[in-house]
Design a protein around this ligand. Structure first.
Ligand code: SF4
Length: 491
């Protein structure tokens, strides 16, 4: 069995993944990948997943070995923020051609690595395998080994070509590459009893920075965040942390579990979305650190901060509470965030009329059931037509989703808010929750909806009767605009 296939098999066998463990041995071997039908590669390939997981490491040059389209498709489409280097946002690719396919692209790759070191002097180069270069048999591992020796700096192979599976598998293979080549290779200057790792947090829109000030106040140090706003060296010495938090995602569970096994770093799964989850996460961080030997007064300090922050949050909620009470939300997210966003919205009085669970694990689904009850309207794969119908029939007042679904909401003339990776607002922690609530209120009460739902002037002038029959009008109700059947008052 090749190294790649054995790695993929190992990832499928992840003991900490409840979904995998619930399967029989035969099913588990088949893996989690559903074969995509041609033309429907929605959701991204394994290469894409690996790149997404590692790209937020900011002082690394991320070099894609393959045709330029692999890099071009996903280049800089996520809002991971950096407090230092911006090298991670530069797209590097070997852009292989027909001659490389015939003669092999390994020399080309080596020269590209040299060029990057000469021109940019990065802390390390990550080399990503893609379908074409894997199929022609380029051995990126051997090239990276030779380049590391030649240039004296780490050149790390990320072996997750697109064809091996989906984005989530790619996330995990990226984690395996960190475990094999990066984690444990350097030592921090100092360590403290308050050092933690945060795993699976990508600092999208700067969310990590909404949490960091509170951790600083508790006296807790983020030794390494994998991978939001991370530097190569921080990841390399992350094995010295005392505890770890895995941020509401199964994407990098293999890192958390293997670091517990190898370096005795206990971890818990938590979320920074919503007040209860945020407070629980701070409590769990403090508890794990105290269990590992930190002074016990950390627990009291943490409780004091939680009390202060929760009180301040509810004061800020006063102007929104009545406006958002009972607002019906259709939540279409990548799945991993579904339960944490559900609980966050419920806390401020909104009602979730449906949530997607396409990429959610069994535990995620269980948590949603606990939050929404047994009748929870969980949809595996809602078609655009179904989303449109729900919005048009006013079963939901607003849709929260990624950018791809926004046009469905706009076509239904209903409010929409971006909560996926391209978003421009940060929604983590107590401050982030205030921002989320404010953005939802802004979207719902935007006067544009009243305008776009009115018949166009030419429809009114030309044939008043036609306008009466064919249009709808809106009225402002508590909690947003809702469509109602047309009435004569339109004309
Ligand atoms: S790695 Fe393969 S599946 Fe992924 S973008 Fe490149 S060619 Fe497409």
């Amino acid at each position: 069995m090749s190294t790649l296939s054995s790695k993929v098999q190992e990832v499928f066998d992840e003991p900490a993944c409840g979904k995998n463990q619930a399967k029989g041995e035969k099913e588990r071997k088949k893996g989690c990948t559903k074969q995509l039908v041609p033309g429907a590669a929605a959701g991204g390939c394994a290469f894409d997943g690996a790149k997404i997981a590692l790209q937020p490491i900011t002082d690394v040059a991320h070099l894609v070995h393959g045709p330029i389209a692999c890099e071009g498709n996903s280049w800089d489409n996520r809002g991971a923020k950096s407090s230092g280097s911006s090298l991670y946002r530069t797209g590097f690719t070997t852009d292989i051609n027909e001659l490389d396919v015939v003669y092999g692209g390994e020399k080309h790759l080596f020269k590209s690595v040299k060029e990057i070191f000469d021109k940019y002097d990065p802390a390390a180069v990550f080399v990503y395998q893609t379908c074409v270069t894997a199929l022609i048999g380029d051995d990126i591992e051997a090239v990276c080994k030779a380049a590391t020796q030649k240039f004296g700096k780490p050149v790390i192979p990320i072996d997750a070509p697109g064809f091996v599976g989906n984005k989530n598998l790619g996330n995990k293979l990226a984690g395996e590459a960190l475990l094999d080549y990066v984690i444990g290779t350097e030592e921090p200057d100092t360590t403290t009893p308050y050092d933690i790792n945060i795993i699976g947090e990508y600092n999208l829109a700067g969310e990590l920075w909404q949490v960091k000030p509170l951790l600083d106040e508790m006296g807790v140090r983020i030794l390494s965040c994998i991978s939001g706003d991370a530097k190569y060296r921080e990841v390399a010495y992350s094995h010295r942390a005392k505890a770890a938090m895995m941020v509401c995602s199964k994407a990098m569970i293999n890192i958390a579990r293997k670091m517990e096994e190898r370096y005795e770093i206990p971890f818990f799964e938590g979320s920074f979305y919503g007040i209860t989850d945020m407070s629980d996460s701070l409590r769990n961080i403090a508890r794990l650190l105290v269990d590992k030997g930190a002074p016990a007064d950390l627990l009291e300090r943490t409780e004091a901060i939680i009390r202060r922050e929760e009180a301040a949050f509810w004061v800020q909620m006063v102007p929104y509470k009545d406006r958002l009470k009972g607002v019906k939300v259709l939540l279409i997210t990548g799945g991993v965030k579904s339960w944490s966003v559900v609980s966050a919205l419920q806390e401020v009085g909104m009602e979730i009329v449906g949530t997607s669970v396409k990429k959610s694990t069994l535990e995620d689904k269980q948590k949603i059931k606990e939050l929404m009850g047994e009748d929870a309207h969980m949809v595996d794969d809602m078609t655009p037509r179904e989303m449109y119908k729900m919005l048009k029939d006013a079963e939901a007042d607003i849709m929260l989703s990624g950018g791809r679904s926004q046009f469905i909401a706009l076509k239904a003339k209903m409010p929409w808010l971006d909560i996926n990776q391209e978003r421009h607002h940060a929604y983590a922690g107590y401050d982030g929750m205030v921002t989320l609530v404010r953005e939802i209120a802004n979207a719902l009460y935007n006067p544009i909806w009243e305008q776009v739902r009115k018949p166009a002037p030419w429809e009114m002038q030309g044939d008043k009767k036609l306008a009466t029959e064919n249009t709808e009008h809106t009225e402002v109700l508590l909690g947003g605009f809702r469509s109602v059947p047309s009435v004569a008052s339109v004309v």
